[in-house]
Design a protein around this ligand. Structure first.
Ligand SMILES: [Mn+2]
Length: 257
C-alpha cells in the first residue's frame, strides 16, 4: 500500500558543533538550518551523523543544540557518527539530553533501530555507530518488509564507487544501496553534496551545511519531497540558505530519481 501523504524532509549532516577551529560558525550554521526548516516548511529534520565534533565539548554546546532543536519544532532525528559515537562514554549520555525536547530523537540502536512517526506516515531507520572500523556496516540490518509508511534510512559512512578498492571504515557499497528497502537514504560523513543513488534507490549525501554551500555566509541542505501522487515519488533538491536566516536564496541543484 503506498504511503498516504506528501511530506518534506530537510536533510543535513556533519554539523560538527564544538569544532575547535571555528565553533561560532558551526553554531550559526545549525541555526540557519533550523530557520530553513521553518522557511521551507519541512515536516521533519534529519542530521546524519557528526552532529558534534568531539566528546570533549562543553555542556553549553549540547544545551545550545537541544534549544535549537526545540526551536525547530518538528520531529528531528539524529544519527551518531564517528565524531559523536554512541558508545559507553558517548556525549549523548550527558545531562543536557536528559531534559531534551520531545521532538528530539537520537538513534541509539547500534544494530539498527526504527523510529515511527505515525502522523507523517514515516519510519526512520538507522544504525548508531559505536566504532568507526571497516567491520561497521552502516546499512547492515535494514528491515526488508515494508508497510504503508514512507521509509527513510540514515547512514554515516564512506560510499565506495565501484573502482574504489581502498579499505575504509564504515563502508557503504553500491549494492547495499540498491538492495535497501526504503524510499530515501540520508547519508553523512562527506562534506560535499553528492548523489549516490543506485538502481532506483535514491541516496544522497547532503554535505555539511557550510561545506555543501557554494557561497561563504550560506548553508545548504537537502530538501526531500516524498509525494505519493507524483510519478517520481521521491525528489531531492539542494537549497542554499543565508546564515542570517532570511528567506531561501535559490535552488542550486535539482535531482530526481
Ligand atoms: Mn564522519
Amino acid at each position: 500500500m503506498p504511503p498516504g501523504r506528501q511530506i518534506r524532509i530537510i536533510h543535513t549532516s556533519d554539523t560538527h558543533l564544538g569544532d575547535d577551529w571555528d565553533p561560532d560558525s558551526a553554531q550559526r550554521a545549525l541555526a540557519a538550518v533550523v530557520d530553513g526548516v521553518h522557511d521551507l516548511r519541512g515536516d521533519a529534520l534529519l542530521i546524519a551523523g557528526d552532529v558534534f565534533d568531539n566528546a570533549r565539548i562543553s555542556d553549553a554546546v549540547l544545551e545550545f543544540f537541544v534549544n535549537e532543536i526545540a526551536r525547530a519544532a518538528v520531529p528531528t532525528v539524529i544519527l551518531p557518527g564517528n565524531h559523536d559515537l554512541y558508545d559507553a562514554t558517548s556525549l549523548y549520555h550527558r545531562s543536557p539530553f536528559s531534559g531534551a525536547p520531545d521532538n528530539l530523537h537520537i538513534i541509539s540502536g547500534t544494530r539498527g533501530q526504527t523510529l515511527t512517526f505515525p502522523h507523517l506516515a514515516l519510519e526512520v531507520w538507522g544504525r548508531a555507530m559505536d566504532s568507526h572500523t571497516p567491520a561497521f556496516r552502516p546499512l547492515a540490518g535494514i528491515p526488508v518488509q515494508r508497510n504503508s509508511h514512507w521509509r527513510v534510512a540514515m547512514a554515516h559512512g564512506h560510499f565506495h564507487y565501484p573502482d574504489d578498492t581502498e579499505e575504509r571504515s564504515s563502508p557503504i557499497r553500491p549494492h547495499e544501496i540498491a538492495d535497501a528497502s526504503c524510499d530515501y537514504i540520508a547519508l553523512g560523513h562527506w562534506e560535499r553534496f553528492e548523489d549516490v543513488s543506485q538502481d532506483g534507490v535514491t541516496a544522497f549525501y547532503s554535505g555539511s551545511p557550510m561545506g555543501a554551500a557554494t557561497e561563504r555566509g550560506s548553508v545548504a541542505v537537502n530538501v526531500v519531497d516524498l509525494d505519493p501522487a507524483s510519478p517520481l515519488r521521491v525528489s531531492v533538491s539542494q537549497v542554499e540558505l543565508p546564515m542570517s536566516g532570511a528567506s531561501p536564496i535559490g535552488l542550486a541543484i535539482a535531482a530526481d530519481n
